[in-house]
Write a protein that binds this ligand. Sequence first.
Ligand SMILES: [Zn+2]
Length: 474
Amino acid sequence: MKHTLLLANIFFSLLSLHAQKDAEAVINSLDKKAAEYGNIAREIWHLAEMGYQEEQSAALLQSNLEQEGFRIKKGVAGIPTAFIAEYGSGSPVIAILGEYDALPGLSQEAVPMQKSAGKAAGHACGHHLFGTASMASAIAVKNWMVAKGIKGTIRYYGCPAEEGGSGKVYMVREGLFNDVDVALHWHPGSSNAASAGAALANKSAKFRFYGVSAHAAGAPDKGRSSLDGVEAMNMMVNMMREHIPQEARIHYVITDGGKAPNVVPNFAEVYYYARHYSRDVVIEIFDRIVKAAEGAAMGTGTTMDYEMIGGTHELLPNLTLQKVMHDNLSKIGGFNYSAEEIAFAEKISTSLGYTTLDKETALNVQPYKTTARASGSTDVGDVSFAVPTVGMRAATWVPGTPAHSWQAVAAGGTSIGNKGMMVAAKALSLTAIDLFEDPDLVKKAKEEFIKRRGADFKYIPLLGDRAPALDYRN
Ligand SMILES: [Zn+2]
């Protein structure tokens, strides 16, 4: 009996030594290609294509995956820039999500002061790094599978229009994740962390008001202002803020308020978001926003309609997987800034109002937490209700940098972004390898997933049955 135990111990320590060697080989393979992947990320950063317009960014990722022997399915879920790249066959099926859309109005050069690159958009959420590191990881895992003769499927999901376009929701709705065992993702950030992150469910829509044009001085009585409709709606929604759960978020921009003050505008449009960590609350608030729009139209003698643009679920955590991701990220660790990067980061840090540069955060991994609070929304939420999903963040930005800022675009275009991205590529790869090697882990993750989602869960996309809003950035 003792003898068998001893043998078993030797066997397991050999096994872990084996696994350690595999991990080292995968990390080394990624290190060797870090410069190449940095160039790809930088190219997507330069392209800065907005949601559903990411033709060149998607094509670049596809051609790299194709060269590596992945089979590519383009234009999935009725979206020209959505794709799936697949290697291998059978189960398990491990998915790695990638994004590549930029944000309008945030063009910025890779310099530590605000300076537009003169483009319509900028990578202020770091999705150029997100898409590239996830691709790097899919390739590293594929090479490991080939070298070790591992059975199963590794898939890269090319997910467009995360920023407000809810690209993944259409991919989930289409059933593209139905045979996936586990989905992995990450996001650029200002620290390295693999805590169980929350996200806010959201619904967004463009409200359009239609009035009657007339000379604003000569015949105002003949006109009905569509802008009045928008303003009356906004006034009512702003009053409503006092009477909704305080964690809720509502924001809007007027995307069309007329063209000239001397013409009563016959068309105006306001683009709204409602968010909360519970999708049921979001649905309720959104219905009240619609009522405000209807009341505004009635009171201003205009008419209105609205178009759903986006809608995402909150994020369903999976602690079984999250702990594994955290352990792998901890093995990888963070990274050091070079002298040049310190000089850059100091200026960014000053621009954010800090007196000293925090050099520790990029170097370290944040302690594991299971109760991270929601701060934004992501369409990964819908994926997390379709399959067990796990994610992490890497310090691609200077500590303290908020997403959607010029500082995020700037750092994302430098070697700081690239170093952070490679931390993510490595942690995702090690986690994917764990999933291929440990069927029990996949089984446990699925059990937790079913339990958390609830036995009677039925997937109802928050954006309804609309076709992908391919023109929402036009
Ligand atoms: Zn993002």
